[in-house]
Write a protein that binds this ligand. Structure first.
Ligand code: RAM
Length: 529
């Protein structure tokens, strides 16, 4: 994404934005608010960390029981390792040593999901999105000893405490550092994997489950560090994974009712929602994310057979199909203009037109399935016509016979995303889709995939084509490489060739426990167990 595009994406607002509220839907969603479960966890070791964001590493460690003996004077600091990624609230005791306290203590407390966040200097943050996400606090303690109860919820594995100031006459030490975790996920609901599943997939599944668990809060959050909100693209993949793991269908239902209850102008489903200060839909509008409401409802219905919800939410789903079709020109193709935002994936150069067309076809097919289920004949006829138009458009305008690949935009760009979404859309039959994916692998388009979100769709496309071996190999290479790098949870962005890659201009603002990256558990449990 060009810098300008990123800025547009970030500030993207709808002219005369208004929120449509369906009180009955919101009330239903609120009645489904989940219980949060808690556990108290402690740091396991004290670690010595050196290096910069490019080469941060732990050089030595000792057991966390030594903490009360670590005396901190002005400028002294300590880094604690909790041994895994956690989401929760932190408290600790600060003890006093030396002469009477003749000045306030100034503490700096920083949390990091990964070591790189600990070694980075917040004053040097240069990302395009808010540095407010950096989990760092300064606090004055007028009287020690005291117990500090930190008010925010943090997502972290590492915690650094620096005594910015004590005084020449007294020092401090820390004790009883605790984190009370928060999640709406219930571990006992997850079935153990069969013995036959190999060790590397077990490990991948474990990391994916932890990712899910830490993102399952009062809604399915996208990332418990950042953005801490409900994005529909993430919800779709979390819901699919949840059906194979935590089985919390009520939480999916709650999120569906929230999206349907809080829509944007013309009842377009927003890209994301906030719970605070009050329930509200954001003013960001994404072509693909709006359409994914249809997928979320369709997947939910396939899982639950919950007819009542299907009937109630059908109107919202169908509206998204209508709005999606509005972008389609006379040529049967989604219009590509500079003023729209469709997410798909983060590569800066990616032209979204062909992939958006793929998403449209994919979701229209799901809408048609639901209309059939409900026996809504008019909607069925309309969707059938729409599908004919956009499938024809894809073949006439976006298929390049000479290259044997789909192209996108005025410059006829070839990207991975375009091929993958056209396969998922089923524009061709399975045999031709297999050829397309194999050909894409040979050509290896210059515009690559940059997130586990896009890799999910690639793996899914391979599986839909019956290429399970290739799908497994891709998972082992991509998510497996994150595991080999020591990931406790799966990251929002990951490029094995460029490990400190960020679409936001600063690696440390990436989310290192990200919902859309949790799908290895979905694939493993559905297809490889
Ligand atoms: C980022 C987050 C989120 C995603 C959107 C499109 O803010 O990674 O998960 O859905 O982009």
């Amino acid at each position: 994404m060009e810098r300008e595009d990123l800025e547009m994406a970030i500030t993207n607002t709808i002219e005369n934005f208004e929120m449509h509220v369906n009180e009955a839907f919101v009330a239903k969603a609120e009645a489904l608010k989940p219980t949060l479960f808690h556990e108290v966890v402690k740091p396991t070791r004290i670690v010595e960390v050196v290096g910069t964001v490019d080469d941060a590493k732990i050089t030595s460690s000792e057991d966390a029981s030594a903490l009360p003996r670590v005396i901190l004077a002005t400028g002294g600091s300590v880094v604690l390792d909790f041994g895994n990624h956690y989401v929760g609230r932190v408290s600790f005791k600060v003890n006093h040593h030396g002469s009477p306290q003749d000045a306030p203590v100034l503490l700096r407390v920083k949390f990091g999901e990964v070591l790189e966040e600990i070694v980075a200097k917040s004053s040097e943050y240069h990302g395009e999105i808010s540095g407010g996400w950096i989990q760092e606090e300064y606090m004055h303690l007028d009287v020690v000893p005291t117990t500090v109860n930190m008010p925010r919820r943090y997502a972290f594995r590492y915690m650094e405490v620096e005594a910015v100031y004590t005084s020449p006459k007294f020092q401090i030490s820390l004790a009883e550092v605790l984190c009370t975790t928060e999640t709406s996920a219930e571990r006992p609901k997850v079935e153990p994997l069969p013995e036959s599943v190999p060790e590397n997939l077990r490990k991948m599944d474990e990391v994916a489950l932890k990712t899910m668990e830490d993102c399952m809060q009062l809604v399915f959050e996208d990332g418990p560090k950042r953005d801490r909100r409900l994005w529909i693209g993430d919800l779709r993949l979390q819901a699919l994974t949840n059906y194979q793991t935590f089985h919390n269908t009520e939480l999916v239902k709650r999120c569906l009712y929230l999206f349907a209850g809080l829509t944007q102008n013309e009842e377009h489903v927003g890209a994301c929602l906030f719970l605070e200060p009050e329930l509200q839909v954001d003013d960001t509008s994404l072509f693909d994310y709006g359409l994914f409401f249809i997928s979320c409802l369709s997947d939910y219905y396939n899982e639950t057979d919950d007819r009542e919800t299907l009937e109630e939410l059908w109107g919202t789903a169908y509206r998204q199909a209508e709005l999606g079709m509005r972008r389609v020109g006379a040529d049967g193709v989604v219009t590509d203009t500079p003023d729209w935002w469709c997410f798909i994936d983060w590569p800066p150069a990616l032209n979204k037109q062909a992939a958006a067309q793929g998403v449209l076809i994919y979701t229209l097919k799901q809408a048609l399935g639901l209309a059939g289920e409900l026996e809504y004949l008019e909607a069925k006829a309309q969707l059938t016509n729409d599908l004919k138009k956009v499938t024809k458009g894809a073949l006439n305008v976006l298929w390049d016979e000479e290259q044997g690949l789909f192209v996108s935009g005025a410059n006829r760009q070839v990207s991975w995303a375009s091929q993958v979404w056209m396969v998922l859309a089923g524009v061709f039959d399975t045999q031709r889709n297999v050829e397309l994916l194999r050909h894409a692998a040979e050509v290896d388009p210059e515009v690559k995939m940059s997130t586990p979100y896009m890799y999910h769709h690639y793996v899914d496309a391979l599986i839909q084509c019956g290429l399970k071996d290739e799908a497994l190999a891709c998972m082992e290479q991509y998510w497996g490489s994150m595991v080999a790098d020591g990931a406790d949870c799966f990251y929002e962005m990951y490029d094995p060739e460029d490990k400190h890659f960020s679409s936001y201009g600063d690696y440390t603002i990436n989310s290192f426990c990200h919902a859309w990256s949790c799908t290895p558990s979905y694939f493993i449990r559905k297809y490889f167990a």
